[in-house]
Write a protein that binds this ligand. Sequence first.
Ligand SMILES: *Cc1c(COP(=O)(O)O)cnc(C)c1O
Length: 459
Amino acid sequence: MNSKEIPYKIYLTEEEMPKNWYNLRADMKIKPAPLVNPGTLKPMTAEELGGVFCDELVKQELDNDTKYYPIPDEIRNFYKMYRPSPLVRAYCLEKALGTPAKIYYKFEGNNTSGSHKLNSAIAQAYYAKKQGLVGVTTETGAGQWGTALSMACAYLGLDCKVYMVKVSYEQKPFRREVMRTYGASVTPSPSMDTEVGRNILKEFPGTGGSLGCAISEAVEVAVTNPGYRYVLGSVLNQVLLHQSVIGEEAKIAMDKYGIQPDVVIGCAGGGSNLGGLIAPFMGEKLRGEADYQIIAVEPASCPSFTRGKFAYDFCDTGMICPLAKMYTLGSGFMPSPIHAGGLRFHGMSPVLSQLYHDGYMEARTVEQTAVFEAATQFARTEGILPAPESSHAIRAAIDEALKCKETGEEKTILFGLTGTGYFDMVAYEKFNNKEMTDYIPTDADLEVGLSKLPPQPEF
Ligand SMILES: *Cc1c(COP(=O)(O)O)cnc(C)c1O
């Protein structure tokens, strides 16, 4: 098909929207390593996980074999309020770059949470409700996940307790108020509410907090309050499963026009949007049906894939969560406070970690001023003000397109535009004032976190 016939936006009808989530693990020959109990160093059982997570989500977490999970009608109907998300041909950006590459992006920012996180929030809240729970607890960093979960809980009538990383709580009061508008309670973390919070404050007085620390607090509150469970917005296998709706939609839309991407790019914090976007493409790659170049983009200041270790580690700073085998900078890693670009988590999805380890995907780092340059160029050409996290993927997509300009290759590039940046204007302000600096941790900086990995299980 002539590329002139491809519209700016490719939508799907409600009927065409995916009916299943795709479980990438079913097609992996080497499965991701299981979550491990830090006390016994044995794989977590469903019973142990059931104290923290809802039963159905435990089942999804442990299931490496079921390829397709039908999306329950209630969730699919909720999806219909804000999905399908548009797949956009970035004609204007291509023109500005003068590249022969064809650039597409899947835009997940078209809902109030401003990101893809709502896709898993509604699923996790649905299963909590179905189990008859009173409410859920969680952490949030920049606030997108907390907002998404607040929205889902409001819709289903569940209580929602959010522990918000303190720097974000202070820098993003509007985000906090959006969550409260949806009925959630929001507490800055570390807080004095929990034992783990009090301990962290004793060790790091005045800390602005971190995701790992907020996770510890939210888990403690969930396991000590009857009728509550903890939910997590990224990293876990179940979250990647729900986020596969992004990739499934993208694949259906591209297939409609006979488009085949050469390169698929996503930013990587905990790995959920990337895992979701690449799912059907990676599935074809794993089954030997097609080949794609798949690129994870992470901040130079928090380089889990590129400079971390592939080892068992805690997902939280408080070291109360199960151990996951993943690329990690160590659960004690505290991202630099000058880092404005999101994606502050020390670890990475075990599924993506295994795929990266086995050579099915690559990873690269980008520095934050270069990220905001890409964000600005994108905003001025494509009209959407991107989230700093998403802008990591934009940076890499632009770099790939510029390479094509040099070589004359007409590659098709697909990237995930995970969200909008309206609540990130403090970071944009720093960039606009030329006050933004790049921070790359030294090996010695990283050694602080990496030297404190827990004892490794032997199996
Ligand atoms: C949370 C978030 C990310 C990073 O999380 P992943 O789990 O790695 O996808 C990226 N972009 C936006 C807009 C986010 O809100």
